[in-house]
Write a protein that binds this ligand. Structure first.
Ligand code: ADP
Ligand code: MG
Ligand code: MG
Length: 247
C-alpha cells in the first residue's frame, strides 16, 4: 500500500534522508523508532509534501500511484492522513468548522457531495464520543488551550472523520498520560486496524506499542532504515537502547 524506495531528501541543502526503503502492505501497522535527529519527522513531512523538504531521489508509491506526482491536497483526497507531534492551534476557528471544512474539501476533490450540517455533526459527535473527547470541546477553537491528551484525542477524532486509507502518525504518544495513551491506541486500532488500511506509527517509546501491536518495527538511524524486526525489537530497544541493539 505504501512503498518507499531509496528515498533521499534534503532540508535547506542538508541531506537528511539518505536512501530510505520501506514497504507497508495493506492490513499492517508498522512502527518506526529511532534516535533524535534520525529523520523520522522529516519522513512524515516529505510524505505530506511540506514545503522546504526537498525530495532529491527515490520514489514513493501510494496505493498504486506515484505520491510525488500529487499535490498535498490530492494526497489527502487519495486517503493519506498525517498526524503531527505538534498540532497547530487555530484561534477563531472551531473544531467543528475546521473538521467540516477539511472533510468537505476532501469530498469535493473526490467529486463527492458535501455532508449536510446535521449529518456532519452526528458524525463528529459519534467520533468524539468513541474517543472520549467531550462533545463541547468541538465548539472550541482548534487546539487552543487543549491539554496534550485533548489535542491527541482531537487528532484521532479528525482521523475518524476523514476515514483515511493510510495514516502516518508522528509521535502521537508524546506527552500523553496513561488514559490518553490508551484512548489514542484504541482509536488507532478501531479506525485503522482493517484489512484495506495501513499505518506508519513513528514513536520514541514502546508504550504506545503495547496498545497498538505493530506487525513490524523499523529502526531509522541517520536517514536510513538500519534494522527491521517484529514487536520484540521495540521491547529490546526499550530495554537496551539504540546503541546496544544496533551494535
Ligand atoms: P527526528 O524526528 O528523527 O528526531 P527530524 O526529522 O526532526 O528527526 O530531523 C532530522 C535532522 O534534520 C536533524 O538534524 C534536524 O536538525 C534537521 N532538520 C529538521 N528540520 C529542519 C529544518 N526545518 N531546518 C533545518 N534542519 C532541520
Ligand atoms: Mg525529534
Ligand atoms: Mg521527530
Amino acid at each position: 500500500m505504501l512503498k518507499i524506495t531509496d528515498l533521499t531528501a534534503t532540508v535547506g541543502d542538508k541531506p537528511i534522508l539518505k536512501g530510505l526503503s520501506l514497504e507497508v502492505p495493506a492490513g499492517e501497522v508498522h512502527a518506526i523508532m529511532g534516535p533524535n535527529g534520525a529523520g523520522k519527522s522529516t519522513l512524515a513531512y516529505v510524505l505530506g509534501g511540506r514545503p522546504g523538504y526537498e525530495v532529491t531521489g527515490g520514489s514513493v508509491e501510494f496505493d498504486g500511484a506515484d505520491l510525488f506526482e500529487m499535490e498535498p491536497h490530492e494526497r489527502a483526497a487519495a486517503g493519506l492522513f498525517l498526524g503531527f507531534q505538534y498540532p497547530v492551534e487555530i484561534p477563531g476557528v472551531s473544531m467543528l468548522q475546521f473538521l467540516r471544512e477539511g472533510l468537505n474539501a476532501m469530498r469535493r476533490e473526490r467529486g463527492e457531495e458535501e455532508l449536510s450540517g446535521a449529518d456532519f455533526i452526528k458524525r463528529a459527535r459519534g467520533q468524539a464520543d468513541a474517543l472520549g473527547l467531550k462533545a463541547d470541546m468541538l465548539k472550541r477553537p482548534v487546539n487552543v488551550g487543549f491539554s496534550g491528551g485533548e489535542k491527541k484525542r482531537a487528532e484521532m477524532v479528525q482521523m475518524g472523520i476523514m476515514d483515511p486509507k493510510f495514516a502516518v502518525l508522528d509521535e502521537t504518544d508524546s506527552g500523553l498520560d496513561i488514559d490518553a495513551l490508551k484512548a489514542v491506541g484504541e482509536g488507532i486500532n478501531s479506525i485503522m486496524r482493517q484489512p484495506d488500511k495501513g499505518v506508519l506509527l513513528i514513536t520514541h517509546y514502546q508504550r504506545l506499542l503495547n496498545h497498538v501491536r505493530p506487525d513490524k518495527v523499523h529502526v531509522l538511524s541517520d536517514g536510513r532504515i538500519v534494522k527491521t524486526g517484529g514487536p520484540e525489537l521495540a521491547e529490546a530497544l526499550e530495554a537496551e537502547g539504540y546503541a546496544e541493539v544496533l551494535a
